[in-house]
Each structure stands twice: as structure tokens, then as C-alpha cells.
Design a protein around this ligand. Structure first.
Ligand code: B1M
Length: 210
């Protein structure tokens, strides 16, 4: 599909309006919102990520790409939401302390809401106190943590260990995700599951709640 390739280029160039237009055109063509999300936006961001890693793109450019991606996600968000379905569970989700990446977290939040979960998004750069305060206030069932940096992912263990110390660990299903994580890391820090992507997060949450 030519438009998909064009959108990858537009995302690369941080062209917000073009991304919005592309999303709308694909919707008019009858594409499923989830397909647009994965094939146009997430796949495009992968290219940005590769060139960021290789020193071809820099922070200001990647920020523009991220903003364009968010604009596309904003159009899809209401379309992914299931209407009127009874809420199946409640999740508190946030990116860990020291980490300001939020696209993946936002996507997980969107997909969880779409699947009928209530989601309380506490944003980025969260110290353990924020998680605990939100979990207690919201009487949540699930804790979701996101980290995109190898330097911030160990903080997930700090959160889980603190919950253990307070005798709260077993009150929640703890799901973790983010590009540098893997199954083994999830197990090592004592999470209930590592979720490779947003779809896996939804399925895993459903499996635990059922
Ligand atoms: Co940054 N960054 N970044 N960045 N950035 C990465 C992560 C990096 C891999 C790029 C690279 O070098 N290839 C690299 C990390 C290297 C490492 O740790 N080993 C990196 C770096 C180094 C940095 C800075 C340090 C750069 C600098 O300043 N020199 C800096 C750090 C800032 C900080 O956090 N303190 C930084 C800054 C930024 C921007 C601000 C420019 C921007 C973020 C904008 C924003 O989020 N609002 C940015 C971006 C955009 C990226 C890349 C290019 C893309 C991340 C993204 O949004 N992906 C990224 C490259 C990469 O990941 N390969 C990179 C799309 C998103 C849909 O995927 O987030 O993986 P992802 O989420 C997926 C899954 O991982 C999973 O589901 C999601 C959807 O399928 N998932 C979960 C994620 N969270 C989950 C939680 C769950 C479940 C599943 O809970 C249940």
C-alpha cells in the first residue's frame, strides 16, 4: 500500500497534519483502526527508532515524529473504545521514574480501554509513591508499568519490592512492558507477566481477570 509508505515517511518527517490526513483516508477506505495503528503508526515509529539508534535522527526530530504519532493515535482512540460494555477490571498504568517515553504506555492504555478495562493513566516519570497512591485510591486490580530505557527498567523492581514490603504485592496483577524488557526480566523482578505489545497486554489482563 503506497499510502502506508507515505505515512512512514511523514511520520519520519514529523508531519502531524499529513499523519492525521493519512489516518482519515485509511479509515474512509474501511481499514480497521487497529490495523492503521500497527501498520501505519507503530511500524513507522520503528523506522524512526532505528535511525535514532544509528545517530541519523536526533531528539528534536524524534519528538516531532512522536507528536505526529500521537495526533494519529488521538483520531483512532475513540474508535477503539468499546461502548457501553461493562468494565472488566481496573488498571493503573504509568511510565517509571526517570523515563519520559509515553507512546507505548498510551497505546496500551488505549487498547485496554477498548477492551473494556477502566484505565487510570498516571503519566510519566513516576516514583514508587505515585503508583502506590494511585493503586490505593483507585482500588485497581492491575498495575501496568512501562520503561523504554535500560537505565530505568530496574526501577520496576523497586516498585514491586516496595509493594512486597508493604504487604500489598499480592493485591494486584502486575504487568510490565517496554522495548528493552523481555520475559526473563519480567520474571526476575517478580512481575506477573511481561507484555511484548499492547495486544498481548490486553490478552494477558483478560486471562488473569477471568
Ligand atoms: Co528515546 N530512546 N530517548 N525518545 N526513543 C529509545 C527508547 C531508544 C531505544 C532509541 C535508540 O537508541 N534506538 C533509546 C534507549 C536505549 C537504551 O536504553 N538502551 C532511547 C534514548 C537513548 C533516549 C534518550 C536518552 C535520548 C537522549 O536524550 N540522548 C532520551 C531519554 C529521555 C528520558 O526518558 N529520560 C530519549 C528521548 C526520547 C524522545 C523524548 C525524543 C521520544 C519520546 C517521546 C514520547 O514518548 N512522548 C523518544 C522516542 C520516540 C524513542 C523511540 C524512537 C520510540 C519509542 C516509541 O514510542 N515506540 C525509541 C526507539 C525504540 O523503542 N526502538 C527510543 C513506539 C511504541 C508504540 O513502542 O514504546 O516499545 P513501545 O511500546 C510498545 C511495547 O514496548 C509495549 O506495548 C507498546 C505497544 O505495542 N509496551 C507495554 C510498552 N509499555 C508497556 C507497558 C505495559 C505493557 C506493554 O504495561 C502493561
Amino acid at each position: 500500500e503506497e499510502l502506508i509508505l507515505q505515512m512512514h515517511d511523514d511520520l519520519y518527517d514529523g508531519l502531524k497534519e499529513e499523519i492525521e490526513e493519512g489516518v482519515n483516508i485509511l479509515l474512509e477506505r474501511g481499514w480497521e483502526p487497529y490495523r492503521i495503528l500497527t501498520e501505519a503508526l507503530v511500524a513507522g515509529m520503528k523506522i524512526v527508532g532505528d535511525d535514532f539508534r544509528d545517530g541519523i535522527l536526533f531528539v528534536p526530530e524524534v519528538l516531532m515524529s512522536a507528536n505526529a504519532m500521537k495526533a494519529g493515535m488521538a483520531i483512532l482512540k475513540p474508535l477503539l473504545a468499546e461502548t457501553g460494555a461493562p468494565k472488566v477490571g481496573k488498571m493503573v498504568i504509568g511510565t517509571v521514574k526517570g523515563d519520559i517515553h509515553d507512546i507505548g504506555k498510551n497505546l496500551v492504555a488505549m487498547m485496554m480501554e477498548g477492551a473494556g478495562f477502566e484505565v487510570v493513566d498516571i503519566g510519566i516519570n513516576n516514583p514508587v509513591e505515585n503508583y502506590i497512591e494511585a493503586l490505593e485510591r483507585e482500588k485497581a486490580d492491575i498495575l501496568g508499568m512501562s520503561a523504554l530505557l535500560t537505565t530505568t527498567m530496574p526501577y520496576m523492581k523497586v516498585v514491586i519490592d516496595t509493594l512486597k514490603e508493604k504487604g500489598m504485592r499480592d493485591d494486584y496483577i502486575i504487568l510490565v512492558g517496554g522495548a528493552p524488557l523481555n520475559e526473563e526480566f519480567g520474571r526476575a523482578i517478580g512481575a506477573d507477566a511481561y507484555c511484548r505489545d499492547a495486544a498481548v497486554a490486553v490478552q494477558t489482563a483478560k486471562d488473569f481477570i477471568a
